[in-house]
Design a protein. Sequence first.
Lengths: 270, 169
Amino acid sequence: MFNGLSAFENSLAIRWFTPRGTAAIQAFLSDLAENEGRRGAEILASLRRRGVEEDQLDLRGVDFRGESLSGIRFPRADLSSASFVDCDLQLSDLSGSCLDGARFVGAKLRGAKLTRASLQGADLRNADLRQADLSGADLRGSLLAGAHFDRCLLASANLEGIDRRCADLSVAVWRQPTGKVATGPRAQLRPQTSRPGRPPTTEPRRATTRRRAPRPRPVVRQPPAPRAADSFDQALTDLLTLRGSVERIVVVVDGVERVLLGSVLPMAPV
Amino acid sequence: MFSSDPNEPTVALAPQRSSRPARTPRFLIADDSPEDRAIAFFAFTAVEELQSAKIDFVEDGEELLLYLRGQGKHVGRRKAPLPDFVLLDLNMPKKSGLEALAEIRSDAALRDLSVVVLSTSSSPTDKRAIEELDAVDFMTKPEDFETLVEFFRYLARFFYDESYGVYRV
């Protein structure tokens, strides 16, 4: 109703703007940072409204605009129509969340985990999705103009109804990083650079006697020589891809240690 | 660091913002007490961000429904959009706030309205009934003027974001 919000979205969103709603959100964010949101249900109980599942936190229409939520892990929550405009969500874990109609305009989602997230009708314009994991995500009808998809994992993502001309999806990764073809329903859209698959055939394959292929000679592979990263950005990019197995990244710049992972410390240009 | 990245999107990351409001926020206050209506009006005008807001008043539950449906003496209301926010008193003549809220929730055209119940009553039965009727919030009528101003200031942030100085995008 207001500025493009439907009356329903309007009524879900405005509850976070009362003194009680504002206090609840501040308490929830502190709990999220300190206790991984264990007290979330208790904190948000009074603001819960009908229409969400029993075991889900009702965060529909919440406004996290401009908040720094990097590295945060959301519990099972309904975040549909939530606003993450200009939000820092780098390396955050939103996998499996309901984010239908959520607004991520200009949000930093670099390295974020959004596997199997429902993002139907979400507004991801100008969002930074570099290296984000969107495998199995439902992006039907979402707005992607200006979003940056460099090395974003889109295996099995549903991209029905999106305007491909608005977003450069050719730089995204369309298969699982193991090289194995993604299981489950294939992505609806594939980049033009991808190799066309075998045309479907209805004829049954003839039984043929196959000649056994000669056993390949064992090849002794030398481990790749460790190479220095070309740039600081490249080093950081390499490290971000290992985020699952790295707990802490410390960078020493001019003898000063700076913690990168799990921190929101601003970096000086190198 | 990130700004030096050649892969940085060429489109500006900041959302497009306009220095002009998309349209005027509209509020409706349903209260039978003329003093309380006057206090609410002055509290609204005390909030700088709501200077352009349009405020209407109704005096009882029956008139509230007529206003929302654009009937009776409010037939001209149909030309204007529904209010973004309704502030509802519980104890009103003709039709109480609870009865009016129950009718709003059962009307398909009105059921999604944002309603805050403002009342002198603090009975648990009323609170439970209000929760069941999906009111946005429930608050007892503040005794001092400043608390009411503060409440409206909180709400104003929904329509007018102080940190950007512009209306919501």
